[in-house]
Design a binder for this molecule. Structure first.
Ligand code: NAD
Ligand code: UGA
Length: 446
């Protein structure tokens, strides 16, 4: 099928390249001309495993980027909206979605054949039917069902494993208000033969996305709260506690005499809080949506509160160990991205933690295998030195704080032993083996 995708960010670019790999003809549109140029020069701009290979295989064959939305819509049969939907402090900011809907409508005015518009951006319930649809109708001067249809197809990929997630989806949710549109979306996903497709109306599809993300966020905040309580007691480690919870068959089911692992437990790890471009903003957006609907969102408010204070647990730990005096202490921060596998710094807990170190006049030596360029755009201070390797980051550090679970940090004990150092390790992700260190402390353990 000929498909245009509007927005060449994490979702748009990954969707475009994965659908190109499945033999669709893709035009990925972005109004950032530099991005478009880079993509057409074979650079994927974001760090995602497998993305470069997809681009080099499909570029100029059945994939290309463009900044001409109008032409892309006219040349394709389906347009997928994948632009950002940030939180503006009060509610979801639909500016980009509205702008794009207007441009799509204006292009459709000049189109003769049937066209399907699919919203993939995460949007609060009612956005597709009550905002996108009327805008497209207004500017195309057509009624839905005449020569265009509309659908909602939420995306569930995770950054860091985006290509793998898109290529092996656990489900495909197809929202639409008419059978024909649903059929066209089903056709897009025809190559995904093994995946269950769930057909709903647009509003339900929009709601599923929020229910899913906020449940995962709830599990994390729950684990952080339990972890924080564990840490108030000697000889109680939240990892052991969660292992005990994990063994409950209702949480980790047994199928064919085998426990399905890691299952839900992968979202029950205490840490320095969830970040990224989605959980924090989606929580805020759905809480504000609930308020508009006069529905109290007590639980989700608490989930947000726990997460906002969680990065400061790292500071509390250090203040306890150093009697509130971190001045001139050399602190190596390992990991800046909000999670491993990505260079995305959006809402990363490392930002609040490093800013606190700076406020306390500590010296920060930061290292991240891929996110340093992005970090420099956000974290700027004379007190931050960016190291070129783990070794140079830790060699003069009195304290090492691990904030992202990059696999290469697993070897930290060997690096420290080789350098004959004995720094205090503060594990903000609880993924190092505590037995490997002389001085180890972390979230969920005293
Ligand atoms: P992003 O910021 O990485 O990308 C959005 C892109 O849209 C940018 O490149 C921007 O230049 C472009 N854009 C904005 N206005 C445009 C216009 N008028 N014309 C053309 N291009 C335009 O955002 P993202 O992380 O890909 O997220 C997109 C949506 O998908 C959001 O609603 C998000 O919540 C949702 N989502 C994101 C993820 C994720 O892992 N990042 C996963 C699932 C769902
Ligand atoms: C999340 C969802 O997992 C995706 O399904 C969804 O599509 C996406 O949001 C979205 O809507 O954008 P993502 O934010 O990329 O994906 O990454 P996750 O792996 O879910 O991690 C989110 C954050 O939670 C990270 O900061 C991670 O370190 C943290 N986390 C995760 C924990 O603190 N503890 C855990 O047990 C698991």
């Amino acid at each position: 099928m000929k498909i245009s995708i509007i927005g060449a960010g994490y979702v748009g670019l990954v969707t475009g390249l994965c659908l190109a790999e499945k033999k669709h003809d893709i035009i990925c549109v972005d109004n950032n001309k530099t991005k478009v140029k880079k993509i057409n020069n074979g650079k994927t701009i974001i760090h995602e495993e497998g993305l470069d290979a997809l681009l080099s295989r499909n570029l100029n064959i059945n994939f290309r980027a463009s900044s001409n939305l109008h032409r892309a819509v006219l040349k394709t049969d389906v347009t997928i909206i994948a632009v950002g939907t940030p939180f503006n402090g009060k509610s979801i900011d639909l500016t980009y979605v509205k702008n794009v809907s207007k441009s799509i409508g204006q292009a459709l005015y000049h189109k003769k054949d049937y066209h399907l518009v699919v919203v993939k951006s995460t949007v609060t319930p009612g956005t597709t039917d009550d905002i996108v649809l009327p805008i497209v109708e207004k500017y195309s001067k057509m009624k839905v069902g005449e020569k265009f249809g509309i659908g909602m197809n939420p995306e569930f990929l995770r950054e860091g494993s985006a290509v793998k997630d898109f290529m092996n989806p656990d489900r495909i949710v197809i929202g639409s208000n008419d059978k024909f549109s649903a059929g066209v979306i089903k056709k897009i996903y025809k190559p995904f033969t093994k995946t269950e497709m769930l057909l709903t109306n647009n509003k339900t599809a929009e709601m599923i996305k929020y229910a899913n993300n906020t449940l995962l966020a709830t599990l994390i905040s729950f684990s952080n709260e339990i972890g924080n309580l564990c840490a108030t007691q000697k000889n109680v480690d939240s990892l052991d506690v969660m292992k005990g919870v994990h063994l409950d068959n209702r949480i980790t089911p047994i199928i064919n005499s085998k426990k399905i692992s890691p299952g839900i437990i992968s979202y029950l790890s205490a840490g320095c809080g969830f970040g990224g471009s989605c959980f924090p903003k989606d929580l805020s957006a759905i809480i504000s949506f609930g308020k508009k609907k006069k529905q109290k969102m007590q639980l989700l408010n608490a989930v947000q509160d726990v997460n906002q204070s969680q990065p400061m647990k790292i500071i509390e730990i250090l203040n306890r160990s150093y009697k509130n005096n971190l001045k001139e202490k050399n602190i190596a921060v390992l990991g800046l991205a909000f999670k491993e596998g990505t260079d995305d710094m959006r809402e990363s807990p490392s930002i609040a933690i490093i800013n606190k170190f700076i406020e306390y006049k500590a010296n920060v030596i930061a290292y991240d295998p891929v996110a340093q360029m992005e970090a420099k755009k956000i974290l700027e201070s004379k007190r931050i030195v960016y190291a070129k390797s783990i070794v140079s980051a830790v060699k003069s550090a009195e304290i090492i704080v691990v904030l992202t679970a990059w696999p290469e940090f697993k070897n930290l004990h060997n690096i420290i032993n080789n350098l004959q150092l004995e720094p205090l390790i503060v594990d903000g992700r609880r993924f190092l083996n505590k037995k490997n260190f002389q001085k180890y402390i972390g979230i969920g353990i005293t």
